[in-house]
Ligand binder design. Sequence first.
Ligand SMILES: O=P(O)(O)OC[C@H]1O[C@](O)(CO)[C@@H](O)[C@@H]1O
Length: 497
Amino acid sequence: MPVPDWSPIESAPRPTLTELFAADDNRLAALAHDVAGIQFDFAKTHLTPDLVSAFATLAEQAGFADKRAALFGGEAVNVTEGRAAEHTAERGEGAAASVDRARAQHQRMRAVIDAIEAEAFGPIRHVLHIGIGGSALGPELLVSALGHEGMRYDVAIVSNVDGVALETALDQFDPEATLIAVASKTFTTTETMLNAESALGWLAEAGVDDPYGRVIALTANPEKAVEWGVDETRILPFSDSVGGRYSLWSSIGFPAAMALGWDAFEELLEGAAAMDRHFRLTEPTGNVAMLAAFADLYYTQVRGAETRGVFAYDERLALLPSYLQQLEMESNGKSVTAEGAPLGRPSAAITWGGVGTDAQHAVFQLLHQGTHLVPVEFVAVREGGDALSEAHHRQLLLNAFAQGAALMAGKPHEDGARAYPGNRPSTTLLLDTLDARTLGALIAFYEHRTFTNAALLGINPFDQFGVELGKEMAKAADAGDLDFDASTNELIRLALG
Ligand SMILES: O=P(O)(O)OC[C@H]1O[C@](O)(CO)[C@@H](O)[C@@H]1O
């Protein structure tokens, strides 16, 4: 395979965004695409048809088409762990055997949900979902994005080992009407297991007979769940080849399927599948995940951007930036290639962000006038989620669009403090509506964008060894091994005696 040659991209002319618009009447048609109910507008980035074609060549040199085929074909693309990455099979797009396996697991999940609805577990009204990282962020995003108009059950998602988090959730719930979903791919994560034990203790203290009978385990390690005390019939397994941060499509999505209903969960999968097909079958020039990754790479590799800002101009998507932080940073925050060689170039950007319009009054100062280049992403929804006057949604959307226009156009002023340099890039994702299908497509888009970034950088986006060292050290401290540095030992002594 040829070594990817970045020089045509690095040496490409660098007109300003305003110049790019002035020079090409077709710019919008070339760089804005409507896919699966979402308008993806890359026109306010520095991508040009020439740059897109240079990136397409780079993708060829990086063996992108084969890597993508290997992903969908269920090959062991997670080379460091010798595993496939089969999140697309969960939505019906993948190797036939994996798709069948996922369907069977979904059917089992649906049967358990039907049994809960039929009150086989008693009069359940509350679902306490305990999990962390990928076992929490996905379901939490789904529930908060889609639950605004009402949910069939109250859902609390507890991740932090800080007891305040669990206490706050327990205070809202009646133990007699609470089901506990313990979500952990490995079923060994210390925070989750401690929270789960405390939740069982709460049920027992409240006099609930057989607290373990109220637990549903969502895991890729059923043996561990059985060992911990969950009956085999209440385990909803998923495959080891579905990564934690890619797992909301599997049984990890259980609280969302319960609260939003099975039809909504299926629509979520279908929306994601539509994006999978788009990603698999569309040429780079119109492939929205590839175009987004090309823009990401242009800014990190050529223009020196270290971060990217994602701003959800919709309260329902307030958790999207946190979700994307795990997806993008745990996947691509690596300094070696899949083969273990030094990366030799910047890895993916640091993802951060917030909610518009709030963020405009807090952090946008730096975006407009700071010295850092921060490509910005606006995510908005054409159809508002509120029943108030139209004025709210109109103002929300106009603010999002005006920010993008202002970042690009800038405004000169003789007083430097009042000048806006402009030429600052942004992308806008405009969803037709925020329903399960469109949200599924949106999340799948981000997964494929992350994959494309990784493929072109040569990174394995499916492992996360970087999180292990700190966990090991915390365990060592818990076991009484205080042989740390002087600073750490003193902190432990001061805090814990
Ligand atoms: O689902 P588990 O095994 O409890 O892991 C939770 C999370 O912990 C991590 O391994 C990181 O510490 C994530 O990748 C994962 O989503």
